[in-house]
Design a protein. Structure first.
Length: 224
């Protein structure tokens, strides 16, 4: 396993634990704001999603964590404040609890099972990827952290991901680095918008096009 930007997690974890409660008002706030583009009305907030599973056989890529996933990630850290002191275990648990959390995860599991991914991985269902078989999967996003456009979950269209500096750098730096840490996993981009970002890395020779499952639709409930 590996952890990217662990220093950022150290920077924010005590602040998360010190919150009186976890709510939209307490986490979508100035103290967790990472970057802002006033002209394009974009805001990027911290959430602990930097954990990378280097042993993953499959990588599932969304657009960006939404508010629901952000809240769940903060709750995982908040609830561990008097229990688990191993940061790596907290980080890993947070990723499993929060990735594609809510109705989107149920829809995603159904779509992956219909595809037959569970058979490829010798599982009874891909639901196991979010529990006992989590060592087989790495879940991530084109943009590591939650992005909001005009106060709402960013859907990946307006503004264009690859024509917006603060977003494009996540593709070429963060996402590219994550994919390089793994040994040729199957990459599943969730929808056309994500696939465009992945193909951008193919053109930059960061990833082999043969590793990409093209044409997979976004699960209902995903941003955008």
């Amino acid at each position: 396993m590996a952890i990217a930007n662990y220093s950022k997690f150290h920077q924010f974890k005590d602040l998360i634990k010190s919150l009186p409660s976890i709510s939209e008002a307490s986490i979508v706030s100035e103290q967790f704001l990472l970057e802002k583009d006033e002209k394009k009305q974009l805001e990027i907030y911290y959430a602990p999603f930097e954990y990378v599973n280097e042993r993953a056989k499959v990588v599932i890529v969304g657009i960006t964590p939404g508010l629901n996933q952000m809240e769940q990630s903060y709750l995982t850290i908040f609830n561990a404040k008097n229990k688990e002191n191993d940061d790596e275990k907290i980080f890993s648990k947070d990723k499993n609890n929060s990735s594609f959390e809510g109705p989107m995860r149920k829809n995603l599991i159904s779509m992956l099972d219909e595809l037959g991914l569970h058979e490829y991985l010798s599982l009874s269902s891909t639901i196991e990827l979010f529990s006992e078989a989590s060592d087989l999967v790495h879940t991530t996003s084109v943009i590591t952290y939650p992005v909001f456009h005009k106060g709402d979950n960013y859907g990946g269209t307006t503004p264009n991901m690859l024509k917006t500096d603060i977003i494009e750098k996540f593709v070429t730096e963060q996402l590219a680095t994550e994919l390089k840490q793994m040994d040729k996993p199957l990459v599943i981009p969730l929808g056309v918008k994500v696939e465009k970002a992945i193909n951008y890395l193919v053109r930059q020779k960061t990833i082999d096009s043969e590793l990409i499952l093209s044409g997979f639709p976004p699960p209902p409930g995903q941003n955008g």
